[in-house]
Design a protein around this ligand. Structure first.
Ligand SMILES: *Cc1c(COP(=O)(O)O)cnc(C)c1O
Length: 402
């Protein structure tokens, strides 16, 4: 190819040719992965207007990206929220939700049954910026009310909490939050919008680790914050300033997960109920079962009002640390990994893993028995999971025997 003055040299032509997006007469049925950092403006006025939010559009993918925006809009719609933004991880979303509502001197009142990294974020990071925290039993509404002070700006709870599967009464907590003019932020990760829509119960902001049930296949990390336009304006400003946006390919994978969330959650819940009922019948080794779909659950009335099904998370107490560990080691089908909300059944023994930093007294205060096992029920065949459970329970019984 000779140099052509009109078209430019090879490099110029290659860059132009390879950067020309196809003009489509038909819309694709799947949202495309807009793997681009920048978007071309027609002129300098358009670029300035887009960058300053005077007209809709895209300029730079840290500020917004069409694949990320499609994910955020889809989850916001399913949560019943006016607006949503998608983040690179659940923790990125939680940081943005908290930091957008808090300033130095403010207080956050949080449930003492909290995801470990959320507690660490509050204690290790927010505290350095002058935010203080108090922790309460979120099912004790008098204690929640008593913990709120004029400096409290945020009440933070999880719909279903880790690892003891406590169900928070969101309508009651929202009423308390409104009375004291504080924002109720709800982490809906263990439930997913299929089980529960916290906005409908009065939550101001909802956060999700989309890494879990929404994406559902343990192959991507993402987070979402949803809420009303005013609060989301602050969340968005923080997202742009801190660079928390989800990557386009990750957003694509989460969107794909979202399309099958309902059918997956129905199957996860049906299998979880069967396992919970089996565990409850194994009185020879199981001391207690915690599953919102069982009549024995401490907040069964709240669960019936608030959750579509019992969901895919359950926990049970095998009576001793040895029993819990032996159960984990004997599993053949269940995966020993730290996450949840996947096609695989995943089991953890919190006292020796996620909550290993807590001593016996602290474990007791958090309601975590030494033999507690938490299970995220996958999509394997129920009979295979029951057989695995039966084998592992026998191992736990043998290990617990003096
Ligand atoms: C996993 C999880 C998070 C954090 O999400 P990441 O995507 O891992 O950052 C927050 N809250 C709950 C309840 C979780 O299970």
């Amino acid at each position: 190819m000779q140099h052509d003055a009109a078209l430019g040299g090879f490099s110029t032509r290659a860059i132009r040719a390879a950067g020309r997006s196809p003009r489509l007469a038909q819309e694709p049925t799947a949202v495309p992965i807009y793997q681009t950092a920048t978007f071309r403006a027609a002129d300098s006025t358009e670029l300035a207007d887009v960058l300053t939010n005077r007209r809709p559009g895209y300029a730079y993918s840290r500020i917004d990206n069409p694949t990320a925006a499609a994910l955020a809009a889809a989850v916001a719609e399913l949560e019943g929220a006016a607006e949503g933004f998608a983040f690179g991880t659940g923790m990125g979303a939680i940081f943005a939700a908290l930091a957008s509502q808090l300033s130095a001197g403010d207080e956050v009142v949080a449930s003492n049954a909290l995801y470990g990294s959320t507690r660490s974020l509050i204690e290790h990071e927010l505290r350095r910026f002058g935010v203080t925290a108090r922790y309460v039993d979120a099912t004790d509404h008098a204690a929640v009310e008593a913990a709120l002070t004029p400096a409290t700006r945020v009440l933070y709870v999880e719909t279903i909490s880790n690892p003891t599967i406590v169900v928070a009464d969101l309508a009651r907590l929202a009423a308390i939050a409104r009375r004291h003019d504080v924002a109720l932020i709800v982490d809906n990760t263990f439930a997913s919008p299929y089980l529960c829509r916290p906005i409908e119960f009065g939550a101001d902001l909802v956060v999700e680790s989309a890494t879990k049930w929404i994406a559902g296949h343990s192959d991507v990390l993402a987070g979402i914050v949803c809420g009303d336009r005013e609060r989301m304006a602050a969340v968005r400003a923080l997202q742009v300033d801190t660079g928390g946006i989800v990557a386009p390919f990750s957003a694509f994978l989460v969107l794909r997960g979202l399309t099958t969330l309902a059918v997956r959650m129905e199957r996860h819940a049906a299998t979880a109920l069967a396992l919970a009922q089996y565990l409850e019948a194994r009185r020879d080794v199981v001391v207690r079962v915690y599953y919102p779909g069982l009549a024995s659950h401490p907040q069964v009335e709240v669960a019936r009002r608030q959750l579509r099904t019992g969901g895919g998370m359950l926990a049970f107490d095998l009576g001793s640390r040895e029993g819990g560990r032996a159960f984990l080691d004997a599993l053949e089908l269940g995966e020993r990994t730290a996450s949840l909300g996947s096609v695989h059944t995943i089991a953890v023994h919190p006292p020796s893993t996620t909550h290993r930093q807590l001593d016996a007294a602290a474990l007791e205060r958090a309601g975590i028995a030494p033999g507690l096992v938490r299970m995220s029920v996958g999509l394997e065949d129920t009979d295979d999971l029951l057989a695995d459970l039966s084998r592992a329970l026998d191992a736990a019984r043998a290990a617990a025997r003096p």
